[in-house]
Design a binder for this molecule. Structure first.
Ligand code: FAD
Length: 420
């Protein structure tokens, strides 16, 4: 058994791990990334938000990403009961990038990790973090593929293990999610979409005609395929018969718009399912460790916020780690957890309002005020930390005001005209 010592140990080489590692390495810190799997490996979370491009640029990876040939993305489209509406991410309130990509995560995550490695970051694949000792400097117990256990001592540990949730499990930090349990069934299809009006530059979110809280994603890639998935509370999927593929195809055909679009689609990889992915934690950071991305809070996939939150947390945590390693005191709750949660909680407001129908009434409202639409568009583009935006600063109250307006207008416009 041997042991080694670094400045920062990072658990996981997904987007949050690669970005954090690059930022710290750039500042001359000795970083070691421990990754359980070998890349490329499948991961869900394929539609990015423009806001995350800032962190990719900050980490010095923008050029590599732009050259990789992923599907360009400039917005989001929504369909409910035949009503189709779009948000153009370049027409938004908050300054910053307005376009991004739709990515096969196996390739995307490998690109980020390889770019980090090309800067000199050490990433060890096939090495699993199994335990942590916090009695002095943090010490990780790591198992390699020969089955041997060794120790890594670090000044600081970043948990970027995503749904692995390594430190929340080892340190008993998990708390129940504020959101109900939902399941997703998903696959990739050879889409064969012939509709000339179909916009491959946008994610399409469709609402089930009978259940407003069941929704589908359709995320076009640059290779003629799409990611296709459905999200619902598990009891609403229980009626579906057959294997996962039959279940997915049955429920997809219940939405007439998707049924028509995907009439010639062929399933291109085995269907998979995930359940109960939403999670909360009692604490996001101390002076010895911080949780990044999905290892901390995970809300819901409906607004594609996961990778953006992961990268935002990586960027914020890297700044705090540098400050601490350089000898200053960091107030982790005030300097990391609270500002990170500002944006997470903004997304939470919109996620809850999506499922109870309030936000859907805003999204599908036919006559939106352009200024308000730009502010909402900023949030859909990922800029949930911009407190200049009233829909961030005061999200619940502002949203409810707009919901009221839309509902009143919609009622007025459906009242029969007074005839005399
Ligand atoms: P991950 O990308 O999960 O990386 C974690 C890494 O840690 C993995 O490589 C894993 O092998 C490694 N690891 C785990 N345990 C250990 C261990 N013990 N030791 C060493 N390494 C370990 N997000 C979006 O932005 N857009 C979307 O469209 C979107 N759609 C989604 C749809 C669904 C159904 C779900 C559930 C999520 C979706 N997400 C989406 C969220 C997205 O998947 C995550 O937010 C994102 O992958 C988080 O990145 P990460 O870097 O935190 O972790």
């Amino acid at each position: 058994s041997h042991s080694l010592s670094v400045d920062v140990a990072i658990i996981g080489a997904g987007p949050s791990g690669s970005i954090a590692a690059s930022l710290l390495h750039k500042q001359g810190k000795r970083v070691l990334v421990l990754e359980k799997q070998h890349f490329p490996r499948f991961s869900i979370g394929e539609s990015l938000l423009p806001c995350c491009m800032q962190f990719i640029e900050e980490a010095g990876m923008l050029e590599a990403l732009n050259a990789a040939g992923f599907q360009y993305k400039n917005g989001a489209a929504f369909r409910r009961d035949g009503v189709y509406t779009t948000f153009d991410f370049t027409d938004k309130f908050t300054p910053g990038p307005g376009t991004t990509f739709q990515v096969q995560r196996a390739n995307f995550d490998k690109l980020l990790a390889d770019t980090a490695a090309s800067f000199g970051v050490e990433i060890r694949y096939g090495e699993t973090v199994e335990a942590i000792d916090l009695s002095a400097n943090p010490r990780l117990s790591v198992r390699n593929e020969q089955g041997e256990l060794y120790q890594v001592e670090a000044q600081y540990v970043l948990d970027a293990s995503g749904f692995g949730r390594v430190l929340p499990r080892l340190l008993d930090l998990e708390t129940p999610s504020s959101l109900p349990t939902r399941s997703a069934i998903f696959t990739h299809v050879e889409d064969n979409i012939s509709d000339p009006d179909f916009d491959r530059n946008k994610i399409l979110i469709s609402v089930h005609p009978q259940h407003q809280d069941i929704w589908y994603w359709l995320i076009p890639f640059s290779n003629g395929r799409c990611s296709l998935g459905v999200v619902a509370e598990p009891q609403l999927l229980a009626r579906l018969e057959g294997d996962l593929e039959q279940q997915l195809l049955t429920i997809v055909k219940e939405e007439p718009g998707l049924k028509a679009l995907l009439a010639n689609a062929k399933v291109a990889q085995p269907c998979a399912t995930l359940k109960g992915y939403s999670a909360n934690v009692s604490r996001l950071a101390t002076d010895k460790f911080a949780l990044l991305g999905n290892a901390g809070e995970f809300l819901d996939p409906v607004f594609s916020s996961g990778v953006t939150i992961a990268m935002q947390s990586a960027s914020m945590a890297a700044k705090c780690v540098l400050k601490q390693l350089n000898g200053d005191t960091v107030d982790w709750p005030a300097e990391y957890s609270a500002p990170l949660m500002q944006g997470v909680n903004t997304f939470r407001t919109y996620v809850q309002a999506w499922y109870d129908g309030r936000f859907q009434d805003v999204i599908f409202y036919e006559n939106p005020n352009p200024k308000i639409k730009q502010m909402i568009c900023s949030i859909l583009a990922g800029y949930a930390w911009d407190v200049q935006n009233p829909f961030v600063k005061d999200s619940e109250r502002r949203l409810n005001m707009v919901v009221e307006l839309c509902r009143q207008e919609a009622e007025l416009s459906t009242e029969p005209a007074v005839s005399e």
